[in-house]
Design a protein around this ligand. Structure first.
Ligand code: DCP
Ligand code: CA
Ligand code: CA
Length: 414
């Protein structure tokens, strides 16, 4: 069995390098609701159009949901009271919103993105993130992919979108805003200056109006002014949130764990600084990890066919083992027995354990409407332990009922 371990080790190294060099893409539909309405009334193209309460002209009620770019030239923007907007541009065309149509357009675009079959997260009705690391070897290829995505979307919906590409989610998001509308902006890790130089601090996602004002009073207006600061310095200036801004500005934000489309796996692991102790203590921890994974399996209403375990020793040799059973099950005893059988031979190694993990792969949802589920996933669901693992390469074994498989992509296990 141990003859697999050197292969596992190589896969591990490759993926650890890769996981620090992700290429992430953020897409945002341009002046979304207004663009859809203008598709239906092309004669409005080039004229100021506001989406809001249709009778606002008479009753002066409500706020601007969005407007097209000609309307923005008058100083109109989302969230503004209609009364103010109409003072700025009395001749603007006002159109009431048609949410069900917007949702359909949104679904069509999300489907196009999902079909790239790479980790994807819908962030709002008109925004999504894609991890394109496996689709693009470099930033040039990433840009070509963005062109292709825009063409696909244009062909199927007639809508323009803007795309940003970068090494972190935040940089990708700032990128999609950088050349709006109908833009593509690519910021490779060695080219972040071109994004941040001269860019207003308020363009950083999450920087509030108040913070921006406070910073401006202190003389900080653009990103480059904070980017030259050391970590300690920025924390002194910005307090607790300094860490966040430091990471965003250095292109190091740690939240580049990409959420899934429909879940493909459930796994859980723990890293030790110093070994967990003897075999019994290790098994206790393993049981706890199993318990946590199993709880998610139950809560999210899945059955599984493949159980995987992972162990890393001091010196970083990593062993992964998985086994597939004939039918999808959610029986705790069956799953636990398999998991324990897999891990037990590896717990008494003299080197000391650095990491233990256990998970389920080949999931089958017991719920019919999987996509709905996805809409509820928030960023916090993706932190640390329970992450997406790629499929397995299956290695046919003689025993039909029990198939030993090897994990292909281990990068997200811990
Ligand atoms: N929206 C809304 N109420 C708001 C802000 C937005 O109903 N206060 C709706 C209308 C927008 C859609 O959400 O069309 C997407 O919002 P965005 O912030 O992405 O803005 P737009 O897509 O309209 O414009 P942009 O071209 O700046 O992305
Ligand atoms: Ca938008
Ligand atoms: Ca948006």
């Amino acid at each position: 069995m141990s003859n697999f371990s050197s292969t596992d080790y190589n896969i591990e190294i490759e993926n650890e390098e890769k996981s620090n060099n992700k290429i992430l893409l953020h897409l945002d539909i341009d002046y979304f609701f207004a663009q859809v309405e203008i598709l239906k009334q092309p004669e409005l193209k080039g004229k100021p159009v506001i989406i809001g309460h249709e009778r606002a002209r008479e009753n002066k009620r409500g706020v601007v949901l969005t407007c097209n770019y000609p309307a923005r030239e008058f100083g109109i923007h989302s969230g503004q009271p209609m009364r103010d907007a109409l003072m700025k541009c009395p001749d603007a065309t006002i159109i009431g919103s048609n949410y069900s149509e917007y949702r359909e357009y949104s679904n069509t675009i999300m489907k196009i993105l999902r079909e790239f079959n790479t980790p994807m997260r819908k962030a709002s009705i008109d925004e999504a993130y894609l991890d394109i690391t496996s689709l693009a070897k470099n930033y040039e290829e990433a840009e070509n992919l963005a062109i292709k995505i825009k063409e696909d979307i244009m062909e199927k919906t007639q809508l323009t979108v803007s795309i940003g590409i970068g090494p972190t989610l935040k940089i990708a998001k700032m990128g999609s805003d950088y050349k709006k509308p109908d833009g593509i902006s690519v910021f490779a890790p060695d080219n972040l200056d071109s994004l941040f130089d001269g860019l207003a601090l308020k363009k950083i996602p999450g920087i509030g109006k108040k913070t921006a004002e406070r910073l401006s009073q202190m003389g900080y207006v653009t990103c480059d002014q904070l980017r030259v600061m050391k970590y300690e310095e920025i924390v002194r200036v910005l307090g607790k949130s300094g860490k966040y801004y430091y990471e965003v500005l250095q292109g190091k934000s740690t939240n580049s764990i990409l959420p899934r489309g429909p879940r493909k796996s459930i796994s859980n692991s723990k890293t030790f600084h110093g070994s967990p102790g003897d075999v019994n203590r290790s098994l206790e921890i393993f049981d706890k990890l199993f318990e946590e994974s199993y709880t998610i399996l139950l809560n999210e209403k899945f059955k599984t066919k493949t159980i995987g375990v992972r162990i890393r020793y001091n010196g970083f040799e990593t062993i992964t083992r998985a086994v597939s059973i004939a039918h999808y099950v959610d029986d705790k005893d069956v799953l636990y027995d398999k998991a324990k059988e897999l891990i037990l031979p590896y717990l008494s190694d003299r080197r000391g354990i650095r990491l233990l993990g256990v998970g389920f792969y080949n999931l089958k949802s017991l719920e019919k409407d999987q996509l709905k589920l996805e809409d509820f996933y928030q960023e916090s669901d993706y932190v640390n332990s329970y992450e997406l693992l790629d499929e397995f390469i299956s290695e046919k074994s003689d025993n039909k009922k029990t198939e030993v498989v090897k994990m292909k992509d281990l990068s997200d296990f811990d």
